[in-house]
Design a protein around this ligand. Structure first.
Ligand code: PLP
Length: 423
């Protein structure tokens, strides 16, 4: 058996992470404790079902772990109910679709090329393949969500579910407005806070919990935890779709969601990952995490300002959260070329469609940056200015191997001696 090759590759990946500047907005670095739980013997355990009602024996310990994860998530987000079993954000969303919709039902989300996510109705995803999506968008003038257009579209299309949330939108969201619209058209309202969930949990951004019927999030972006997803209800309520218990009583929404996750779309839960989620939530409840997430925001604002000072156009003119979307038209480079050149200088980011993009998703006119990961590595505002300089140098001369090599050396000097994770 030769597993050395795998461990050698893991070590190489660790070195790549250590020496580079990580600007991918959906990534972060986890603590040793999260890593220990995720790599623990809990991976050996089958536990289909939920704490206290499993289909397997030997679950008394994992029951306690899963309950801890649930209780901590409830406390962190102020939720009445949490399902911690979704293996990922996409699966959390799939379970909500299954719980709330029938194939062909209409769902309204933010257009993917305007900052939405694949699972909010994209034609290449289950959400667009199985259901009938309609999309609201951002305004061309200022890159902000066009709430009037969203309202008019909801009135016209009468979606059964409205999704508020995004992957590449740097502004806070008006959940109260979405609630008003959902009430008017009789839609269920779901928020997907995968990206800004850490900022929301600590009160830095508006809280969707009082306004949205269902809230999903990933646990590995700004929340800085293990990869995974969760589903929350601010308060439980009778499901409006008529799902009944075997005794003929109307099921609570929490029961419908539990059934949609398991047995609906998943089998056995990943109890090692659920243990890592329990640690993630406890870490996020701490004052140290509050300081961290505040710095994430300060860094994002410092980076976007420094980039704008160097002539970069940021969609919507700045950021309220951890990310920014950069329109590269005035720099005469595509998103694809910029991503590639930056990678050669050990700066990782992703090409990204910008609203009303004239290029394909494989090329794009934009790149997306986020500060969650670099803040975990201990970078502060002064380093954001350096990063803006590096980006400017690379984007201005993307084919110049000498420039790329010099920036790479500077990046490596800045990052190599910093631990991946620090409080
Ligand atoms: N929802 C949003 C808004 C996201 O940005 C993402 C991931 O980028 C997801 C869901 C999916 O998460 P995962 O990759 O864990 O399936």
């Amino acid at each position: 058996m030769d597993n050395k090759i795998v461990f050698d590759l893991i070590e190489k990946e660790k070195q790549r992470q250590l020496k580079g500047i990580e600007l991918i907005a959906s990534e972060n670095f986890v603590s040793e404790d999260v890593m220990r739980a995720a790599g623990s013997v809990l991976t050996n355990k089958y536990a289909e079902g939920y704490p206290g009602r499993r289909y397997y024996g030997g679950c008394e310990i994992v029951d306690q772990i899963e309950q801890l994860a649930i209780d901590r998530a409830k406390k962190l987000f102020g939720a009445a109910y949490v399902n911690v079993q979704p293996h990922s954000g996409a699966q959390a969303n799939a379970a909500v679709f299954l719980a709330c919709l029938k194939p062909g039902d209409k769902v309204m989300g933010l257009d993917l090329s305007h900052g939405g996510h694949l699972t909010h109705g994209s034609p290449v995803n289950f959400s667009g393949l199985t259901y009938s999506p309609v999309f609201y968008r951002v305004r061309k003038e200022d890159g902000r969500i066009d709430y009037e257009e969203m309202e008019a579209l909801a009135r016209k299309e009468k979606p059964k579910m409205i999704i508020v949330g995004a992957s590449a939108y740097s502004r806070d969201l008006d959940y109260a407005k979405f609630r008003e619209v959902a009430d008017e058209v009789g839609a269920i309202l779901m928020a997907d806070i995968s990206h800004p969930s850490g900022l929301i949990a600590k009160g830095i951004l508006k809280d969707p919990i009082p306004y949205c019927d269902i809230v999903t999030t990933t646990t590995h972006k700004t929340l800085r935890g293990t990869r995974g997803g969760i589903i929350m209800l601010g308060k439980d309520f009778e499901n409006p779709f008529g799902h009944k218990t075997p005794k003929g009583e109307i099921k609570l929404m929490s029961q419908v969601i539990d059934g949609a996750v398991f047995p609906g779309i998943q089998g056995g839960p990943l109890e090692h990952i659920i243990a890592a989620k329990a640690i993630t939530f406890e870490e996020a409840l701490s004052d140290g995490y509050f300081k961290y997430i505040l710095q994430v925001l300060k860094n994002a604002q410092a980076l976007s300002t420094a980039l704008m000072d160097r002539g970069f156009e940021i969609i919507s003119g700045g950021t309220d959260n951890h990310l920014m979307l950069i329109d590269l038209h005035n720099k005469n480079i595509t998103g694809k070329a910029a991503e590639k050149a930056l990678e050669k200088a050990d700066i990782t980011c992703n090409k990204n469609m910008i609203p009303y993009d004239d290029r394909s998703p494989f090329v794009t006119s934009g790149i997306r940056f986020g500060t969650a990961a670099i803040t975990t590595r201990g970078l502060k505002e002064e380093e954001m200015v350096k990063i803006a300089d590096y980006v400017q140098e690379v984007v201005a001369d993307p084919e110049n191997e000498k420039v790329l090599a010099r920036v790479k050396d500077e990046v490596n000097a800045l990052m190599s001696s910093r631990p991946l994770f620090q409080w």
